[in-house]
Each structure stands twice: as structure tokens, then as C-alpha cells.
Write a protein that binds this ligand. Sequence first.
Ligand code: IPM
Ligand code: MN
Length: 359
Amino acid sequence: MQATIVLLGGDGIGPEVVAEGKRVLEAVGERFGHRFSFVDELIGGAALDVHGAPLSDGTLAACKQSDAVLLGAVGGPKWDTLPGHMRPEKGLLALRKGLGLWANLRPVKVHPMLTDRSPLRPERLANVDLVFVRELTGGVYFGEKKRDQTERGARAFDALTYEEYEIERVVRLAFRLAAARRSKVTSVDKANVLESSRLWREVAERVAKENPGVSLEHQLVDSCAMKLLTHAASFDVVVTENMFGDILTDEGAALVGSLGMMPSASLGDGKTGLYEPIHGSAPDIAGKGIANPLGTILSVAMLLRHSLGLEAEAAAVEAAVDATVRAGVLTGDLAGGAPKSTVEVGAYVVKSVLSAKEG
Ligand code: IPM
Ligand code: MN
């Protein structure tokens, strides 16, 4: 097949890990006979420096025309003091919104070779295999923001709103995913306090009635945060609103042993998906060639699966990552002994993909 993929390296370690993702895509193209063409664009602070905006119209248009977008990370100390609408993160939020990507899939799977890298005891990590479905274009991230003054000083507002249709489509997706997995959906909210969560719960109940083969449980977000550490293996598909999902998925990364291993896929109604590791730009290690590229490479697997429909190719990339971990070819965030560089880890994955058997 032929596909156009936009590469948005972004800031910090972003360009380094995206370069490895690209090499893996090229290896997949070579091994399986596909023609991938790449378009490099800027986002975040890198775009601010060049275009004066964290996401230019031209970049958004290029993404809309593509089959998929692979993104590294945005943000860094250089741009931290800019006003909210000029921050690098605004570029990412505008891209998610602009492409209509309302669902963010974040799988949490603990590699058996890496259980000793997590702060949790290995027995708590056995059989952990869950996927978060984070609502991505609503909630407090996109609500009205403002500041004013009271007689006591400054006051800030961030509105948290959800409409029924926004909840319904993401919960439906969670049920669809669960039906192909272990048939259990956990819907996470704060319905004991928030009105938006009470609506969320009502809608989830309604969607559950359409899906009698899948069980639904509700969990309050504070309790879910704890159960992730004590009973992670009991979760299958966890669906939640935007900010709860942001927080819980970083917690999930601690189970996996490193934030650097966590991929994500952002999907919507259109055909174009956005794929990115969930780690940030890590300015402290940027430019040193030591960032873990596996979160990006696992995002490439999700890209092949969800945007290009190439299941065997996706599985081949996942198997190559598995082989890399088993061989102990790991960056410093995971390596026990001598850490490998970003490029060395990428090269090992590439080599494994090139020698993959037909799916
Ligand atoms: C993430 C990130 C982003 C988010 C930031 C960079 C805006 O933390 O993808 O989880 O909060 O969604
Ligand atoms: Mn986050």
C-alpha cells in the first residue's frame, strides 16, 4: 500500500525518538512492500520559533491530508513563561481538536522481563493488560479559561463541561474495544462531586444497555488511582474524561516501568490518526541520544494497525520491540547494566523487523 505520514518531532527528545519511529516505518515498508512517504512539519516550541505559532495552518492542513501523524513531544523551559494561547502545548491541543481526535487509546501492558523496573512488587504486575480510553477533545482542557480580580486578589476559572454526545461516542468506543478483549469496561468519574461526572455515568449506563455482552463498572477516580496500584490486573478497558485520563495514564506508566515505553493512539471520526508516546519532551536529556524510543516505536505499531489497517505489520513491530527488550537492548531508564543509545535501540528494532516472518 501507499501512505503519507506527517512527522512532527516537536521539542526536546521528540525529534530523536521520531527519527527512530521513521526508521522502523521504513523497515516495515521494505520488509512488507509498502510505500510510505514522509512529510516533516513543526509543532510546539519549534513551530513557535519559526512561525510564531505552536501549530501553523499549513501544518494542520498537511496533517489533515495525511493518512497518519507521528508526533514526538512538545514543550520546554524556553517557552514556559509564554501566555497560555502561545504555549507549545497549545499546538498539540489544537492539533487534537483540529483533527477531531476525541479518543486517546493508551495501552498498559507490563513486559515480563521488566517487572523489576516498576516500583511495585512483581506479584502486583502479573497479568496486567489494560487499555485506557481517554476522552481527548472535551472537559476542562477545552473549557473557557479566564482570570479576574476579587477584593482579595486574582481569581482563575477553568470550565469543565461535557455534552452527552461527547461522552457517548467515547464510551461506545470503549465497549467496542472491550468486546474484542476481556469484555469489561470500567468507567471512571467523580460522580459524588461533579455534575459532569453524573451525566457521564448516566450515558455510560445507557451505552451498557446496548452492549449486554460487556460488563460495566463505575469507579471514582480517587479509588481508581489506588486500585491501579493494588489490583491493576483486574482492569480491561478503562474509559474516562480528559484530565482524569491524563493523570491516570502517567500512573499506569509506573506499572510498565518507564514512561518511555508507553505508546498512544488518538482517533476520531476521520481517517487520520495521531500517534505519540505519552512521555513529554524531557528537556533534561534532550540532544544526548539517550531517550527511550520504544514508546514511539510502539506508537508506530498502533499507527499501522489503526490508521493503515496493517495488522500483521503492527504485530511484527510489537514482536520486534519484544525481542529488543528480551535481548536487554535498553536505554538508561530501563537498562540494568550498560545502557544503549536511542539509535542503538532503534537499530535493534529495525533489524528485528527486517527479519520478521510473514504474518
Ligand atoms: C499528554 C500530555 C499533554 C496532555 C500535554 C503536553 C498538553 O501530558 O499527552 O498526556 O495533557 O494531554
Ligand atoms: Mn500527560
